[in-house]
Design a binder for this molecule. Structure first.
Ligand code: URP
Ligand code: ZN
Ligand code: ZN
Length: 460
């Protein structure tokens, strides 16, 4: 059996920090400890390096049909770029087409993912049309390891469901121990503001931002939490960006509710001043939009308060040519940006190096919490005997510059062009194989495997 011995690294998990060796046998970790008495086919000296569990990004969109085009990273390019940046597992979103079944959508996504992924992946199912037939499919999907169901309270006419459907879905998911996740913004209000701005001839990317004010997110987050409280389902708000929305979640904790919160690396690091650059601002047209500095402060604090459990990316890249679909109308700019490769290093650099979060917190929000919330723990998200050997050897001191010229995502611009980052993923193992070593990818497309997830709430 293939064996690897990683020697003398500083092994950091969400609960431990020790200088130790890790011995890998096949795809999993066999032992962790000081001066392990094993010989191995491959020995890696990790002296001076941090040794982390592989990162988990539970919010990515690969090869996704959206706003009249497809996101530009497919399973191969997207999961490979993720590995370069220390993310060994991603969870992608399957989108149900309204009028069709959840299984039709699953088949379409399997057609794009099977045999193509380089890194490991799993699926959330986005329910865009909840009806009696869909209801029957919920348990079937949970049995297949798809245990989280995404809802959109926005993108009216395409993905949005109303509260009638939301409550029905929540009750069904609750029955089977699944999780309901949500893009929580008020779709009707956003639609109104988009129409108003267009009518007034206000068509630049700035008006994308002005069509989604903080209240649209705060209101929907509160409503989602209330409906989840009523139905008793566990909830998870994706890409939460702002103070108002986090305060709605804070209120829900008073009634001891389980509403998990994800923010994304861009909302911690970039702000709405980027919407002041004419059409270039299309690079940062995403939903929800970037917010204010005060919101960044709230989100960092929310991480330390345990209210924000996950930092993801919402990676949904488009080439500049695709962004230009909205050159004359902000509402036609495909929403999303490239980030899958930079989450782990940026979070370390802006979070740990700058003293905003501890090393343990870093591991929690970059890997462990997502594994727990989404039913992959302890197979993924930690360094422990029996866990998958998904391991990042990280140089905390190495500085490097982010650029479209050097990144591995299929995107011809970078949202972080010229940013200096402190800390670099040097070697990345995925299920025992060295996947990335000193800037080279060593595993091929097809190595990435589908990760079946468990329900994480009691089955009622
Ligand atoms: O702008 C975004 N976020 N694009 C991807 C779809 C979504 O809402 O997550
Ligand atoms: Zn969204
Ligand atoms: Zn998304």
């Amino acid at each position: 059996m293939h064996t690897v011995l990683i020697k003398n690294g500083r092994v950091v998990t969400a609960s431990e920090d020790q200088i130790a060796d890790i011995y890998v046998e096949g795809e999993t970790i066999r032992a962790i400890g000081k001066d392990l008495p094993f010989t191995a086919e491959k020995v890696i000296d990790a002296t001076g390096l941090l040794v982390f569990p592989g990162g988990i990004d539970p919010h990515v969109h690969l090869d996704m049909p959206f706003m009249g085009t497809y996101s530009s990273d497919n399973y191969e390019t997207g999961t490979r770029a993720a590995l370069f940046g220390g993310t060994t597992t991603v969870i992608d979103f399957i989108l149900q087409t309204q009028g069709k079944s959840l299984h039709d959508a699953l088949d379409a996504w399997k057609g794009r993912s099977d045999g193509n992924a380089v890194g490991d992946y799993s699926f959330h199912m986005a329910v865009t049309d909840f009806n009696d037939h869909t209801r029957e499919e919920i348990k079937q999907l949970i049995d297949k390891g798809i245990t989280s169901f995404k809802t959109f309270m926005a993108y009216k006419g395409a993905l949005m469901i109303d509260d009638h459907q939301m409550v029905g879905l929540m009750q069904e998911v609750k029955k089977h121990g699944g999780l309901v996740t949500v893009h929580a913004t008020n779709g009707d209000m956003i639609d109104y503001l988009i129409a108003k701005h267009r009518k007034e001839g206000k068509l630049s990317p700035l008006y994308h931002y002005l069509s989604q004010p903080e209240v649209t997110e705060a209101e929907a987050s509160g409503r989602f939490a209330d409906l989840a409280d009523y139905t008793g389902v566990n909830g998870y708000i994706v890409h939460l960006t702002c103070e108002g929305a986090l305060n709605a979640v804070r209120r829900s904790t008073i009634r001891n509710q389980r509403i998990f919160v994800e923010t994304c690396i861009q909302y911690l690091t970039l702000d709405a001043s980027l919407y002041d650059k004419g059409f270039e601002s299309a690079k940062w047209v995403m939903s929800p939009p970037l917010r204010e500095k005060k919101d960044q402060a709230t989100l960092w604090a929310g991480i330390n308060q345990g209210l924000v459990q996950v930092v993801a990316t919402d990676h949904c890249p488009f080439l500049w040519e695709q962004k230009k679909m909205g050159e004359n109308d902000f509402s036609k700019i495909p929403n999303g940006h490239p980030a899958i490769e930079h989450r782990f290093e940026l979070l370390f650099s802006e979070g740990v190096t700058k003293g905003r979060i501890s090393l343990q917190k870093f591991v929690e929000v970059a890997a462990t919490n997502a594994a727990k919330i989404f039913g992959m723990f302890p197979q993924k998200g930690t360094l422990a005997v029996g866990a998958d050997a998904d391991i990042v050897l990280f140089d905390p001191k190495e500085k490097h510059i982010l650029s479209a010229k050097t990144h591995h995502m299929n995107a011809d611009y970078s949202s972080y062009e010229g940013w200096e980052v402190t800390g670099k993923c040097k070697t990345v193992l995925l299920r025992g194989q060295v996947a990335i070593d000193n800037g080279k990818a060593l595993v091929q497309k097809g190595y990435g495997k589908f990760i079946k997830r468990a329900p994480t709430a009691p089955v009622v």
